[in-house]
Design a protein around this ligand. Structure first.
Ligand code: SF4
Length: 84
């Protein structure tokens, strides 16, 4: 399956579909993917990224959320960093 490289929401344990597990445990599961840290729906998990990806202890958002949505494949800010 094509994707935008490592570190995306599809392999993140904070993706609701993954039930706290790293990797692709539930990639084919029905329904929306949802970030349990950032509290939003993830329309394209394989093309969405943030610095919380599979962190062990951090449960507060770290920095912005990025997407890759076109050629050239470069990350750009989708959701700016949350207020501190
Ligand atoms: S937005 Fe960040 S923390 Fe949330 S599922 Fe995606 S990579 Fe994980």
């Amino acid at each position: 399956m094509p994707n935008g490289g490592p570190g995306h929401c599809g392999t993140c344990k904070f993706n609701s579909k993954n039930d706290g597990k790293k990797g692709y445990p539930e990639i084919e599961k029905e329904g929306d993917a949802y970030c349990v840290i950032r509290k939003f729906k993830i329309p394209k998990p394989l093309w969405t990224y943030c610095d919380n990806h599979n962190q062990d202890e951090k449960t507060k958002p770290i920095g912005p959320v990025y997407i890759i949505d076109s050629h050239p494949y470069e990350k750009k800010v989708w959701k700016p960093e949350a207020d501190k």
